[in-house]
Design a protein around this ligand. Structure first.
Ligand SMILES: NC(=O)c1ccc[n+]([C@@H]2O[C@H](COP(=O)([O-])OP(=O)(O)OC[C@H]3O[C@@H](n4cnc5c(N)ncnc54)[C@H](OP(=O)(O)O)[C@@H]3O)[C@@H](O)[C@H]2O)c1
Length: 295
């Protein structure tokens, strides 16, 4: 079994990838304990563990906070990937790095391919783009994804479910469009792309058609799925609002709909419909917990 190092392995994606990869790889997980911006620590880790491949899940993902703390965002999202990519290349280790739709300006109106021009409109987006470039320079693979969520960690689905249990009315942005992506999809896609030896940039997202969906559409589907599973629900109305009605420190791209044809070409596999993945996550949330072991 080849050894796979997952920096950021206790984050939302890393946690899932570590589980999925264990079937085919000897997985080594680190998180804050091995700081990706510390070259000596990264080099020492690589020399002690000799991974054949690295799946970089470590990142600064606090999009709004990045506007106030650009140095910290750039350290984790630009310096960290550069350090890991350079140390990996020096040792002949393959690297796959995860990036984001925030590298685009959001002004397009057709699905975004890997060749479309980038133009980030936030500190987070600029920091992620710098990280992408560092990894590509060293011959690595960059997998961009959008609207990532899971049954664990902080994400849109869990935030909506919490708010829906508390409030009768919700207001959700209806003029930003994209493709939600379950960590199950991304984790499986990363392993397939490693398998086929992909390099360069590849887009991965759940299938939401050529116009994607809005955050409002996503919230409506979450509510319907939650009601069908008898999850706690107070919300009776979800109003679609404009981005300008919900100001945030960081600007969001209005259009994040990825073209994922390259992924399908490389792997021979289609990406699953977003509704199917959402239902899987909601099912996990209603599954009864196993009984505690008796004392
Ligand atoms: N979440 C989304 O909606 C989304 C959308 C598109 C793309 N992405 C990309 O997908 C990837 C995975 O995202 P995610 O949501 O799984 O992120 P996450 O849950 O925030 O996990 C990132 C992990 O990296 C750790 N980390 C941060 N700085 C580090 C450092 N210097 N050294 C070592 N570890 C460090 C974090 O620790 P702390 O928690 O202590 O900071 C955290 O455990 C990221 O590249 C992100 O940019 C995410």
């Amino acid at each position: 079994m080849s050894r796979l190092w997952i920096p950021g392995g206790r984050g939302m994606l890393g946690t899932r990838l570590a589980v999925d990869a264990a079937a085919s790889h000897d997985v080594v997980v680190t998180d804050r304990d091995t700081d990706i911006t510390d070259r000596a620590a990264v080099a020492a880790f690589l020399d002690a563990h000799h991974p054949e491949c690295i799946a970089m899940c470590a990142a600064w993902t606090a999009v709004d906070q990045a506007e106030q703390e650009p140095d910290a965002a750039f350290a984790a999202n630009a310096t960290g990937p550069r350090v890991v990519a350079e140390e990996a290349a020096r040792r002949g280790i393959r690297m796959v790095h995860v990036s984001t739709d925030y590298v685009f300006d959001g002004l397009a109106d057709r699905p975004l391919t890997e060749e479309d021009p980038v133009g980030p409109v936030s500190v987070y987006g600029r920091s992620k783009l710098a990280g992408e470039r560092a990894v590509i320079e060293q011959g690595g693979l960059v997998v961009r994804t959008s609207w990532l969520y899971a049954a664990t960690h902080k994400n849109f689905v869990l935030t909506m479910l919490r708010l829906m249990a508390e409030r009768e009315q919700l207001r959700v942005v209806g003029d930003q469009r994209g493709r939600p992506t379950s960590v199950a999809t991304l984790s499986s896609a990363l392993l397939k792309l490693i398998d086929v030896g992909a390099a360069g940039v590849v887009h991965v997202a759940d299938d939401a058609g050529p116009r994607g969906i809005s955050w409002h559409d996503f919230a409506v589907a979450i509510r319907e799925g939650a009601i069908a599973r008898a999850l706690p629900m107070k919300t009776t109305a979800i109003e679609a609002i404009a981005t300008s009605d919900y100001p945030t420190p960081a600007a969001r791209p209005a259009w994040s709909v990825f073209d994922t044809a390259k992924y399908t070409r490389l792997t021979g596999e289609a990406l699953p419909p977003w509704q199917e993945r959402l239902h899987e996550v909601l099912d996990v949330l209603v599954r009864p917990h196993p009984p505690a072991p008796s004392p």
